[in-house]
Design a protein around this ligand. Structure first.
Ligand SMILES: Cc1cc2nc3c(=O)[nH]c(=O)nc-3n(C[C@H](O)[C@H](O)[C@H](O)COP(=O)(O)OP(=O)(O)OC[C@H]3O[C@@H](n4cnc5c(N)ncnc54)[C@H](O)[C@@H]3O)c2cc1C
Length: 451
């Protein structure tokens, strides 16, 4: 039996602990600073908005850890002596290990803006950030959000739920335009404005200004304009939280460098989740992917390797989902913000300006490589199978209804999409499949038998 220490009790660390327990009787100790118990970071916004209580976002009962013989230590790991396999904690104690898993997550980016450490200026990542925001909220007459990504728009929605006016600074010409293609980016920019947010495109923060007590009172933009505010949310992305080991012998770049087995350069030391950077990511995947499900997959994978069944980390085809206020967003496969020379896309938008689909395909072979969906939910497995099967654009359009959910709950736009496609491309295509789950399952099973 070995002793396994895990630093970080987020989704990746907790998944690793659970699966090590499932697969073995190894001793497991989970060290984490932020909170005693695991919680769902993705649900933080719902606590602020009053949809959930703090206890609702902790999926395991208190007794779970003891019952499963997973020891919890709430402390910060200050440093690690890798040669002695020993972790030094901020409470003065040490923890020895046979295997170590680093799962320390991300931190909010700060770019050295003047005034970034004033009181009333904070990122949104940790539980303590939310608690701080809660303490400040009653005194906020206007908030400024710096950085237009997924956390920025969540923060805008959070402020709005408390009737706090928001100015939202986005450096790019449209919201999230480094990731979203132009039409989708414009759709979401419009949507943000429709929600009464003062969205400032092409706007860069120059400095954050404070009063004599060190409390924020305004921000100055590059244009020279000053916006009065009582709170500044810094949401210009996140980066791996690895400062405490950067000067050690472990190899890092933006994150902790790992191979396909999630091994670092130090024997018996692994890194998973947001803090890990893959040396050789798979085609179509990034080296650092700060999303929930990849943390979970890495946790499961590393547990298997440590328990003796070496497993390569293979996240499959890229997917992600989020929401922009009430517009749901899903992406499967490759959807570049600007089409490359070899790719084209078919784009259809609903007349209400709040729903669209984009299907990306290879120009020459016409094979589909990606889907971008706004306000319309497609079945994940169906999209994945189309991409894996290298289905042509015509074939996907013929079968498009397979991806739709029950139209009793979701509007079935497939006829309008097909009509628009035939018109644009001068084709005659008829739907060959329905939306019913049994048809989708048949399609998936059929394909499973083939592969
Ligand atoms: C507001 C918000 C909304 C999000 N929404 C989504 C979403 O909708 N979908 C999605 O896919 N992703 C979302 N994400 C991203 C997702 O939450 C992260 O990708 C995921 O939580 C990362 O998990 P992790 O286990 O790698 O690290 P984390 O969850 O960051 O956990 C790491 C833990 O390690 C602790 N730690 C760090 N250093 C030390 C140390 N030296 N000693 C002790 N403990 C340490 C940290 O305090 C932290 O508790 C969101 C993130 C935020 C902030």
């Amino acid at each position: 039996m070995s002793k396994i220490a895990i630093i970080g009790n987020g989704i990746s660390g907790v998944t690793a602990a659970r699966f090590i327990r499932k697969n073995s009787m190894h001793e497991v100790v989970l060290i984490s600073e932020e909170s005693e118990y695991f919680f769902s970071r993705t649900a933080l916004m719902y606590v602020y908005m009053g949809h959930m209580r703090w206890k609702d976002i902790q999926p395991y009962e208190r007794g779970f850890w003891k019952k499963n013989k997973i020891d919890l230590i709430q402390a910060r790991a200050e440093s690690i002596q890798f040669d002695k396999k020993c972790i030094q904690l901020n409470n003065g104690s040490t923890v020895n290990y046979d295997y170590l898993i680093l799962a320390t997550g991300s931190k909010s980016n700060k770019y050295g803006w003047p005034g970034q450490d004033l009181s009333g200026v904070r990122g949104l990542y940790h539980k303590q950030d939310l608690e701080y925001l809660e303490r400040c909220s009653s005194g906020i007459r206007r908030a400024v959000i710096v950085g237009g990504g997924l956390i920025g728009i969540e923060l805008a929605e959070m402020f709005q739920s408390r009737n706090i006016p928001v100015s939202f600074l986005v450096r790019e010409p449209q919201f999230w335009s480094m990731i979203l293609p132009e039409e989708e980016s414009k759709m979401i920019s419009r949507h943000i404005l429709q929600h009464g947010i003062d969205l400032r495109l092409n706007s860069q923060l120059k400095e954050i200004n404070g009063d004599e007590a060190g409390k924020v009172h305004s921000v100055t933009l590059d244009s020279g304009e000053e916006i009065k505010c009582d709170y500044v949310g810094l949401t210009a992305g996140v980066s791996p939280n690895i400062k405490f080991i950067e000067s050690s012998e472990i190899e890092t770049d933006r994150g902790i460098l790992v191979d396909e087995y999630l091994r670092t350069n130090i024997p018996d030391v692994f890194a998973i989740g947001d803090c890990a950077q893959l040396r050789n990511p798979r085609r179509g995947r990034r080296d650092v992917e700060a999303v929930w499900y990849t943390g979970r997959m890495m946790g499961e994978c590393v547990a298997q390797t440590i328990c003796g069944e070496q497993k390569i980390y293979d996240p499959g085809i890229w997917f992600n989902s989020a929401k922009f206020f009430d517009i749901e967003y899903q992406v499967y496969g490759q959807v570049p913000s600007k089409m490359t020379d070899d790719l084209e896309s078919f784009y259809w938008a609903h007349e209400n300006g709040k729903k669209s689909i984009r299907i990306v395909y290879e120009k020459i072979q016409q094979t589909v490589v990606g889907f971008n969906l706004m306000g319309i939910r497609f079945r994940h497995e169906v999209c994945e199978q189309w991409i894996l099967r290298k289905s042509t654009l015509d074939k996907v359009l013929e079968e498009i209804r397979l991806a739709f959910f029950d139209p009793e709950f979701y509007e079935d736009c497939s006829a309008a999409i097909l009509e628009n496609y035939c018109k644009k491309f001068g084709k005659k295509i008829e739907a060959t499949a329905g939306w019913r789950l049994d048809e989708a399952n048949l399609f998936l099973n059929k394909n499973n038998q083939k592969t």
